[in-house]
Write a protein that binds this ligand. Structure first.
Ligand SMILES: Cc1cc2nc3c(=O)[nH]c(=O)nc-3n(C[C@H](O)[C@H](O)[C@H](O)COP(=O)(O)OP(=O)(O)OC[C@H]3O[C@@H](n4cnc5c(N)ncnc54)[C@H](O)[C@@H]3O)c2cc1C
Length: 406
């Protein structure tokens, strides 16, 4: 059997190894458009590669995979995060699970993951072609013919094709599927980005971190919890990246202009916030509000919040009226800022959208109308939040595809 894998990324390379181990007689060729395989994996996790996680912090899979939850539920049953850890450890990569349950190589070096995958591919006899961009896939009576962007190269015939080209950022990039009827595309838009907020009173606090906030998009049910970091262009941090994932399509449709609502006390209702403030008032009656404040805030941020609540920083806690307390409580639980645009932060970035899941069998990842044509990884309309979920999706989907080859 001749198998073509398009894309030498996480999903494509991993799939090629599993396929060769399952079908040693098969000829498995991987075609990579770039000069180097696994170029993205090499920069994951800030060069440390957060290759999976222990998932326990996620109560519902939908929270981890805003797109593709059902597919991932099945894929994880076949190839779980433990399977990923066992596989890499079995190949000699020692792993460490951080306190936040994210899993990294002990070496803290993404290149160790790259080298391990490339070594396994070589050992199994996978044929890797770099600088080979595929620009057309045509169904034939039996199998598929694939053509290359380089016109000097002849089209090749394969019995089966695995598409693992990663997140394609524009609709034009999907033109290589033009001869495959019945494949629809969910418009690609970015996910996992920061928010630009042009409010110098906020951005002057750059570097401030609040460990636990709830961030939401005003007027919607989209909300995310976690740490928030104030930057020189707006806001970032896990809560914001997570919210950008939940709201990826909504924000794209609204041209990245919306109102960000921050609950600085993390989801406590106004009543709870008010009683906390009354507690401060009783304990610190004669102390200045500017100097006595909840521990999660820095002095600079607290002063900013007091100013937003129109409270004189010189006042003492016992001088605050009920109206002052109500205003402060409103700011602490629903502080609203205008999002002006998407940030340019590129620490982690994935594509929301891609091959529509309705076109494939989500248990086998085979195209419904094209037997022998499979999909894996970010190319599908599947994406996760930060924390190793996206690479885990690539490993799991690659394993599902390999399982279904006979
Ligand atoms: C900066 C950054 C950091 C990240 N950090 C993490 C992290 O720590 N943990 C995590 O879980 N996720 C992380 N991600 C997301 C993760 O890297 C991706 O979700 C994952 O790599 C997707 O795997 P894939 O195989 O589907 O696609 P990719 O790894 O993107 O591979 C696709 C490959 O296909 C090739 N290709 C595309 N079109 C063609 C074509 N027509 N012909 C031939 N080849 C083609 C591309 O050149 C590419 O090499 C990060 C992403 C970025 C950008």
């Amino acid at each position: 059997m001749k198998i073509c894998i398009i894309g030498a990324g996480a999903a494509g390379c991993f799939c090629s190894i599993l396929l060769k181990r399952k079908l040693p007689e098969a000829v498995v060729e991987v075609f990579e458009a770039g000069k180097r395989p696994l170029a993205k994996v090499a920069i994951t996790g800030g060069g440390r590669c957060n290759l999976t996680n222990s998932f326990r912090q996620i109560k519902q899979l939908k929270q981890a995979y805003p797109r593709g939850e059902q597919l991932m539920k099945r894929a994880l049953l076949h190839w779980s995060q433990e399977d990923t850890m066992d596989w890499f450890e079995g190949e000699g990569v020692r792993l460490v699970t951080q306190e936040d349950e994210c899993v990294f190589p002990v070496s803290q070096d993404a290149m160790q993951i790259v080298r391990t995958l490339l070594r396994c591919m070589q050992e199994e006899g996978v044929i890797l072609h770099n600088s080979h961009r595929i620009n057309d896939i045509k169904p034939e009576q039996e199998g598929y013919s694939v053509s290359f962007a380089d016109e000097n190269m002849k089209a090749r015939h394969f019995d089966k094709v695995v598409c693992a080209m990663g997140g394609l950022p524009t609709m034009e990039r999907f033109s290589l599927f033009r001869h495959l009827s019945g494949l629809t595309i969910a418009k690609p838009v970015p996910s996992l980005f920061t928010f630009c907020i042009k409010d110098s009173s906020l951005t002057s606090l750059m570097g401030c971190v609040v460990e636990s906030v709830t961030a939401s998009i005003a007027g919607t049910k989209m909300r995310a919890e976690g740490a928030l970091l104030i930057t020189h262009w707006g806001v970032s941090g896990p809560a914001i990246l997570r919210l950008s994932s939940y709201a990826a399509r909504y924000l794209a449709e609204h041209n990245y202009q919306a109102q960000l609502c921050i609950n600085w006390l993390n989801a406590q209702g106004e009543q709870e916030a008010l009683s906390q403030l009354h507690g401060f008032q009783q304990e610190s009656t004669r102390r200045q509000v500017a100097n006595e404040y909840p521990r999660q805030f820095s002095a600079k941020l607290w002063h900013h919040l007091l100013t937003r609540a129109h409270i004189d920083l010189q006042k003492r806690w016992n001088e605050l009226s009920q109206r002052d307390m109500n205003r402060l409580c409103a700011v602490l639980t629903s502080d609203v800022y205008q999002i002006e645009s998407k940030g340019q932060y590129k620490e982690e970035f994935v594509t929301c959208g891609g091959i529509d899941l309705a076109c494939i069998n989500i248990s086998t990842l085979e195209a419904r109308q094209h037997p022998g044509l499979y999909f894996a990884g970010e190319l599908l309309d599947v994406d996760g939040i930060t924390g190793g979920f996206n690479l885990q999706a690539a490993w799991s989907m690659a394993a599902v595809v390999a399982k279904n080859f006979g």
